[in-house]
Write a protein that binds this ligand. Structure first.
Ligand code: 6PG
Length: 467
């Protein structure tokens, strides 16, 4: 029997793209997928490495050179436990299992600990970049067993996206750290998507601009400070026409779906006590978009036309570009602070500069901003928050007036832009000292004797406020 260097389990869209990527990089890959149709459909033209699709899990595992490396690309959740359970009888100590799905980091930590008892080295790897990323070079955030990582590092780094000769694939920390960083990547993804949606809302509903003009405004940002994958594909989506020649975007129902990683990030921000309003608003906006009937009734009661055409702003493209720049920096800032806090709480020791570098290529949130972000975290102790860093503070100060003007006009005219406006509050809060929460402390102490601390004396104090 031929011996394969790596096994890939799960030949859905992402799994088969990753498998093709490995084979085209010259690796010898054994393949398996439960659905027979997926096994039958898999084919690579002119492969550089060898591959074979096996009919059973047992034959698949036995075709691998030892110690074995098996990459799982199956739907996150129960399926991962089920597949591990099916493979386990054929595995031996020192074999490596890699979970490349969007698993919850706690599941990954639990699986890693259970498998370690049997000597299996488990890695939870966040893979970003969608189908094309998987095929041509994803970003991969690796967590879990360090020895396991060393064993499969070469394969993973060679198939990853490369930026300036550096692979966008690195070990970030123990246990669920890799999936944690991927989860936060997705939280930032949600936040930026909502910022882009707010921007579209201003131009379409707020100003009534024709779709061509909106697309042209986005296209004007393509090679400027907002240069990023999400701006690039926004232009494609804005310009796409339906079979009848009309623009497709206005025909899409205004009801956004989600699979959960954004909510996980939001809930984690709460668990860690990290202020991340843009991520939270982005998740809420998707939920509230489902409440079509409520929103339609609201529009009727308010006697508002669907297209508001409420305001005009001189040089809207330039001003929105500045507003988006500021708000996007804040999205990355929120994500990085969640990672920083989790790393401290779990003792993962995540290098924030590395984490930012991993997102420079291959992933959904790749953008030109990530290079200065990585730089800002070279000495993380000098960067309490990205918006205050020397890499960003001056540019933000120079651009923030446009952001204020746009959000201010939206507020005056009743145009909801949840991400742009909540992010501005985030930015302002980062510059607020003192916050007015002394009053909250006073009230808590008044109604519940919860005590408060003072600026002029040490200790906890209680006052009889209504005496
Ligand atoms: C990626 C994406 C990917 C997926 C999101 C979508 O990094 O390649 O983030 O993981 O597209 O999970 O999530 P929603 O369906 O929740 O928007």
């Amino acid at each position: 029997m031929q011996e394969y260097e790596i096994g890939l389990y799960g030949l859905g869209v992402m799994g088969s793209s990753l498998a093709k990527n490995m084979i085209q990089h010259g690796f010898d890959v054994a393949l398996y997928s439960k659905p027979e149709a997926e096994r039958a459909a898999f084919r690579v033209e002119a492969p550089l490495g060898r591959y074979e699709v096996f009919p059973t899990e047992e034959a698949f595992v036995h075709s691998l050179s030892q110690p074995r490396v098996i990459f799982l690309m199956v739907t996150a959740g129960k399926a991962v436990d089920a597949v591990i359970g099916q493979l386990l009888p054929y595995l031996e100590p020192e074999d490596v299992i890699i979970d490349g799905g969007n698993s919850h980091f706690e599941d990954t930590a639990r699986r890693g600990a259970a498998l370690a008892e049997q000597g299996i080295q488990y890695l939870g790897v966040g893979v970003s970049g969608g189908e094309l990323g998987a095929l041509y070079g994803p970003s991969m955030m690796v967590g879990g067993n360090y020895e396991g990582w060393i064993r499969c590092r070469e394969i993973l780094q060679s198939i990853a996206a490369q930026v300036d000769g550096e692979p966008c694939c690195e070990y970030v920390g123990q246990a669920g750290a890799g999936h944690y960083v991927k989860m936060v990547h997705n939280g930032i993804e949600y936040a930026i998507l909502q910022l882009l949606a707010d921007t579209y809302h201003i131009l379409s509903q707020g100003m009534g601009l024709p779709q061509e003009e909106i697309a042209a405004i986005f296209a004007g940002w393509k090679d400027g400070p907002l240069r990023s994958y999400l701006i690039d594909i926004s232009i494609d989506v804005l310009r796409k026409r339906d079979e009848d020649g009309q623009f497709l975007l206005p025909k899409i129902l205004d009801s956004a779906q989600q699979k959960g990683t954004g909510s996980w990030t939001m809930m984690e921000s709460i668990t860690r006590g990290v202020y991340a309003p843009t991520i939270a608003e982005a998740v809420y906006a998707r939920f509230f978009s489902q409440e079509k009937a409520t929103r339609s009734l609201g529009r009727k009661i308010g006697e508002l036309s669907p297209v508001r055409k409420v305001f005009s702003v001189e040089n809207i493209g330039g001003k929105l570009e500045n507003a988006l720049y500021c708000a996007m920096v804040c999205c990355y800032a929120q994500g990085m602070e969640i990672i920083r806090k989790a790393s401290a709480d779990f003792g993962w020791n995540i290098n924030l500069e590395n984490a930012a570098n991993l997102w420079r290529g291959g992933c959904i949130i790749r953008s030109d901003l990530l290079e200065p972000i990585a730089k800002a975290f070279h000495r993380p102790q000098d960067c309490p928050n990205l918006v205050l860093s020397k890499e960003f503070a001056p540019a933000l100060a120079q651009k923030e007036a446009d952001w204020r003007e746009i959000v201010g006009r939206c507020i005056i005219h009743g145009l909801a832009v949840p991400a742009l406006s909540s992010t501005l509050t985030y930015y302002d809060s980062c510059h607020t000292d003192p916050m007015p929460v002394g009053l909250i402390q006073g009230l808590r102490d008044c109604f519940g004797a919860h005590t408060y601390r003072r600026t002029d004396r040490e200790g906890d104090f209680h006052t009889n406020w209504q005496e």
